[in-house]
Design a protein around this ligand. Structure first.
Ligand code: BJ8
Length: 425
């Protein structure tokens, strides 16, 4: 893939040698974790193709769109209402990164005790390894955890930044704040792109992104079946790719894949042996290519059937009401939908605990593997309350803190295997 895109990557000012080395490592990693799985679905070929072209074809598409005057807007959080970007004829892309890349460079401008997700996106930018970053005309941050919001202040020296304020509670005043912030964001995007957002355009964007959520909801529902017809790794990959791919194409392709999965269910075929123990992962988002924990879990006799995460159900569970007839009502519908996101940055956050319990029951899991990145205070602290609530329900729980390095894989295996043995007994 390398040479065909070298000229484009050079124009984007990537460090070509380091980038080639990165792609080689990722290709190998993907082969070991994904392509080695038995009996993969035909529909996954599309995802394999997207991954093999993630820094190639998709970037070429973005460059072509830019040459026609469209703006590319990068985001780090599912709180940023993408509908606004698409309605202004922009293109939204997720910039969260899941690889330990450029850490040394990131630590030159940031403290060491920050979560890997933050250091990774900063590292990708500073090491000139991410063509998505280099394609962005604007980068949108948000005031969620302290690590992110203070990093954006520094990061503004390297990329054109805009920061959206996100409330920390869910009272009437917070709802008002979110509404104001969505309107402020709309104004920013309108002036930045030069395109006024019409009611029709916003409604169309709402429908397009709801369709993407609906197909991911469909995929998730299929995973309630036993034996489960898709591995957790593959399902995670689909969720990860939803942040980069063209939304309409993605929805179409995943819809076809769901047809194939439903056929598998009709025939009683599973992606893993029937004896595989059903578990849920809950906690921090897993950005691409952060596949370490799902791989460890699924090579230990279990299968992940649900992700309670922003790269998972937290981003797809709720739709925007499409019945609005005025711009005001449509903005209210966005506020309603985005207010339901149950990130651990909120206090109190009872909603998330209730959602974890109900998903654990509906997806019939034998245990919950709570996952936080080291130094992520919101999710690590909240894990204590999650554990207590699950204990009251008799649902086994383990808390895993890790980072993007591979150093702890053996330790993780030992802990995860012991947990799986315990819940299979
Ligand atoms: S809505 S989960 S995408 S903020 S892991 S950077 S929280 S220290 S990613 Fe998130 Fe939005 Fe919430 Fe979702 Fe901070 Fe924790 Fe790091 Fe995190």
């Amino acid at each position: 893939m390398g040479s065909a895109y070298d000229a484009m990557w050079e124009r984007l000012n990537l460090d070509l040698n380091a980038h080639a080395a990165l792609l080689e490592v990722l290709g190998k990693f993907y082969g070991d974790i994904y392509l080695s799985q038995q009996g993969r679905l035909k529909g996954m070929e599309y995802l394999d193709f997207v991954i093999s072209e993630i820094h190639g074809l998709r970037i070429k598409e973005l460059q072509e769109a830019k040459s026609q005057g469209r703006k590319v807007v990068g985001t780090f959080c599912v709180f940023v209402p993408e509908e606004i970007i698409w309605a202004a004829n922009g293109i939204a892309v997720g910039l969260c990164a899941g690889a330990e890349v450029g850490r040394d460079k990131a630590e030159e401008i940031l403290p060491r005790n920050l979560c890997s997700l933050i250091k990774s996106f900063v590292g990708f930018k500073l090491a000139r390894l991410c063509p998505f970053f280099e394609s962005c005309d604007l980068v949108v941050g948000e005031t969620t955890c302290d690590g992110k919001k203070k990093t954006y202040e520094i990061f503004g020296d390297y990329v054109p930044m805009y920061v959206m304020e996100i409330p920390q509670m869910k009272q009437e005043a917070d709802r008002e704040l979110l509404r104001k912030e969505i309107l402020r964001f709309k104004e920013k995007i309108e002036s930045f792109t030069g395109n006024a957002i019409t009611f029709e355009a916003l409604k169309k964007a709402v429908k397009m992104l709801n369709d993407r959520r609906r197909v991911l909801q469909r995929l998730n529902k299929i995973r309630r079946n036993h034996p489960v017809p898709i591995s957790g790794r593959d399902a995670l990959l689909i969720n990860q790719i939803s942040f980069y791919d063209d939304p309409e194409r993605f929805t179409q392709q995943i819809s076809k894949l769901c047809d194939e999965l439903e056929e598998r269910v009709r025939q009683g075929n599973g992606a893993v042996p029937e004896s595989a123990v059903r578990v849920m992962i809950s906690g921090c988002p897993m950005a691409i290519p952060n596949w370490k924990l799902p791989y460890v879990i699924e090579s230990s006799g279990a299968v992940v059937v649900f992700e309670e995460s922003c790269v998972g159900s937290r981003n797809t569970r709720d739709l925007v009401d499409e019945s609005a007839e005025t711009m005001d009502d449509l903005i209210d519908a966005l506020v309603d939908r985005y207010s339901r996101i149950d990130c651990a940055c909120f206090t109190p956050n009872e909603e998330r605990i209730a959602n974890i319990i109900s998903a654990a029951k509906e997806w019939n899991v034998r245990g919950v593997i709570h996952y936080h990145l080291n130094f992520c205070q919101p999710y690590e602290i909240e894990s204590f309350r999650v554990e207590k609530a699950l204990a009251r329900e008799g649902i086994p729980f383990i808390s895993i803190g890790t980072d993007y390095s591979m150093e702890d894989v053996e330790q993780l295996k030992t802990r995860v295997q012991a947990f799986i043995e315990m819940i299979s007994a």
